[in-house]
Unconditional design. Structure first.
Length: 229
């Protein structure tokens, strides 16, 4: 069934829109499940039973759309998590749909499984000084990838790989994330499982990768180096 969405809310509040004729009409292919305004970009985002859309608030035209496969739609209908939900990436203009990272304002694809060679994004963190988001991606049981991506122009500032053992790789494939994330002007540190990683912020080079008690790790008082108790 075709569903028509009146986009007057782009110009006024939802309450006011109910009292006026619509400025724009957009026809979609399935039932609307949610509509909201993305704060950082000002782009209205519409989710339906099988897709997510970004809309131009001035013209009412679709800027971009991502559609789900039939398999994922069936999982959703059964109330199961098919890994298909759309989500925002905090502190950025980026969105995530399935395992694709894109710019919500333009629809520009930044990262995807086929192009960038990963199985899934398992975490993301804001990196100060670079005005960028660090994406953590799982590949296989012995490696993970890091992508530092600029908020200003969507460019990948650097890409890096971290070696993992089979146990840690299994944790990441099972949905574990990056924890104890800390940073200073030139270094980034985080834990995954019981492994601690120290990364050079400028180029993504892995400085340290060892098993430590994460509670005993800290930057020195001058904030220039990384020590353990």
């Amino acid at each position: 069934m075709k569903t028509k969405l009146f986009l007057l809310f782009l110009l006024t509040s939802l309450l006011a829109s109910a009292q006026r004729d619509p400025n724009h009409t957009l026809t979609l292919d399935s039932k609307i499940s949610d509509v909201y305004l993305h704060n950082l970009t000002g782009i209205p985002v519409i989710t339906t039973d099988g897709a997510v859309y970004g809309v131009n608030g001035e013209t009412g035209q679709k800027i971009w759309e991502f559609k789900e496969s039939g398999f994922i739609k069936n999982l959703n209908a059964l109330g199961q998590d098919g890994g298909s939900s759309f989500s925002e990436v905090a502190l950025s203009p980026f969105g995530k749909f399935n395992q694709t990272i894109f710019n919500i304002k333009t629809g520009h694809k930044i990262l995807d499984e086929k192009t960038n060679g990963y199985k899934g994004i398992f975490d993301d963190k804001f990196v100060f000084g670079k005005n960028a988001i660090l994406f953590f991606a799982k590949t296989d049981k012995t490696e993970a990838k890091l992508f530092l991506t600029s908020i200003e122009n969507d460019n990948i500032i650097w890409e890096s790989s971290i070696k993992t053992n089979k146990k840690l790789g299994s944790l990441l494939l099972g949905g574990a994330g990056a924890y104890n994330f800390i940073q200073n002007e030139d270094k980034i540190a985080f834990t995954a499982g019981k492994t601690v990683f120290l990364i050079n912020k400028s180029d993504g080079k892995v400085i340290l990768s060892e098993k430590y008690d994460a509670g005993k790790l800290f930057f020195t008082e001058d904030n220039k180096s990384f020590n353990r108790c």
